[in-house]
Design a protein around this ligand. Structure first.
Ligand code: HEC
Length: 168
């Protein structure tokens, strides 16, 4: 009797072991499959983040970035950070009709300076903006910056060649 009993227990134990082994195997496989999935998702994310950082700057983006620093160095003290200028002293660039309607004249102002009576957004100014000795590239960059800031939009990018073509 005892002998049979032991035998039965052995059989039971083997099936139990087999079942445990099976479920352990399944768990392990599942774990690997799941962890592989999250790994590949992580890798995908890593790649897309890297790609975002590596997206080459367009010519306009580069010009805007450089123009921003020209603006800070040469224009901000009169036309202000918000581009609104100072009422009755320094005309606004934000919403300026010069930048949209008088493209050539705007290039001329930044390249050679400006004095005498002008009208901007319906208000007359009679001040002096001295020439700042900027290079053609700097003039193009700062114009692109002010034409694309504070809600302003431009029809096309100002290029160095376009600035060079504007004569005194
Ligand atoms: C010292 C003050 C001063 C500085 C600095 C200055 N401006 Fe001006 N800006 C003026 C004045 C004053 C006028 C109007 C001149 C007039 O009345 O004839 C003017 C006019 C303009 C105009 C044409 C009118 C308008 O508002 O759209 C533009 C464009 C312009 N400035 C851009 C610039 C840019 C870009 C810079 C920097 C590179 C700059 N200015 C630096 C004082 C300044």
């Amino acid at each position: 009797m005892k002998h049979i009993h032991i035998n039965l227990t052995n059989v039971q134990q083997t099936t139990l072991n087999k079942n445990m082994y099976k479920s352990l195997l399944i768990t392990t496989v599942l774990f690997f499959v799941l962890s592989c999935n999250t790994n590949s998702e992580k890798k995908k994310n890593d790649i897309s983040i890297q790609q975002e950082g590596k997206v080459p700057q367009t010519e306009l983006q580069k010009s805007l970035e450089q123009g921003k620093s020209v603006y800070k160095d040469f224009c901000i003290q009169c036309h202000m950070a918000n581009g609104k200028g100072i009422p009755n002293n320094f005309p606004p660039l934000a919403g300026s009709n010069w930048l949209t309607e008088k493209r050539k004249e705007s290039i001329h102002v930044v390249k050679y300076g400006q004095k005498g009576e002008i009208e901007v957004k319906g208000i007359k100014y009679d001040g002096i903006m001295t020439p700042m000795g900027l290079s053609a590239e700097e003039v193009a960059d700062v114009l692109n910056y002010i034409m694309n800031s504070w809600g302003n939009t431009q029809s096309s990018m100002v290029t160095e060649a376009e600035v060079s073509s504007v004569e005194k």
